[in-house]
Design a protein around this ligand. Structure first.
Ligand code: IMP
Length: 184
């Protein structure tokens, strides 16, 4: 249950904590099969992917896992993607011959991820795949081959489980639609 003042900012809970954790467990089983006998480097995209990364990493038991983080610019204070991607924090890890799995909160326009994938592929890894908890319909416009996708959601601005609006709501356990009056 979320606190009362936050509930007034949300119009609808799209995904409960149970649904999210259940789906992440399913994805983890797929990853364990696909990466059997290999070590996977999870690359979390700060800050939105913190919760997915944390739950996914702990759910992976049959493969060796390392974690690293990148921070890239995204929406700032607005709700529209600018298409401009800047590295704010780079990886500490050399990607040569590594199996890289990018962990993201959401694919919206796909601009961030397509740029990021290309950037990481240029560093000589053995493979680069994408795991995104959420995908919006606009993601279809640009070719994003995300191997693991948790949920397809409608084209609405959502918060919670790592996703923010102006840095708020990341700590909600569910994913919910932000009420337009909050950003209008
Ligand atoms: P894209 O480049 O349009 O795919 O946007 C990617 C980034 O925008 C995500 O990693 C999020 O940080 C942010 N984003 C996109 N849609 C939402 C949303 O509905 N709520 C919160 N953040 C979002």
């Amino acid at each position: 249950m979320e606190s009362a003042d936050v509930t007034a900012d949300l119009t609808e809970v799209l995904l409960t904590e149970d649904q999210i954790l259940g789906r992440i467990a399913e994805i983890a089983r797929e990853i364990e099969i696909d990466y059997e006998g290999r070590e996977v480097l999870l690359v979390g995209v700060l800050k939105g992917a913190v919760m997915v990364m944390s739950d996914l990493a702990r759910e992976l038991r049959k493969v060796d896992v390392e974690m690293d983080w990148m921070a890239v610019s995204s929406y700032g204070q607005s709700t529209k993607s600018s298409g401009v991607v800047r590295i704010l924090k780079d990886l500490d890890t050399d990607l040569t011959d590594r199996h890289v799995l990018i962990v993201e909160d959401i694919v919206d326009s796909g601009l961030t991820l397509s740029w990021l994938r290309e950037n990481l592929e240029s560093r000589g890894p053995a493979s680069v795949e994408i795991c995104a908890l959420l995908r919006k319909p606009d993601a279809a416009k640009i070719e994003i081959d995300a191997r693991y996708v948790g949920f397809e959601i409608p084209n609405e601005f959502v918060v919670g489980y790592g996703l923010d609006y102006a840095e708020r709501y990341r700590n909600l356990r569910s994913v919910a639609v932000l009420a337009p009056h909050v950003y209008a």
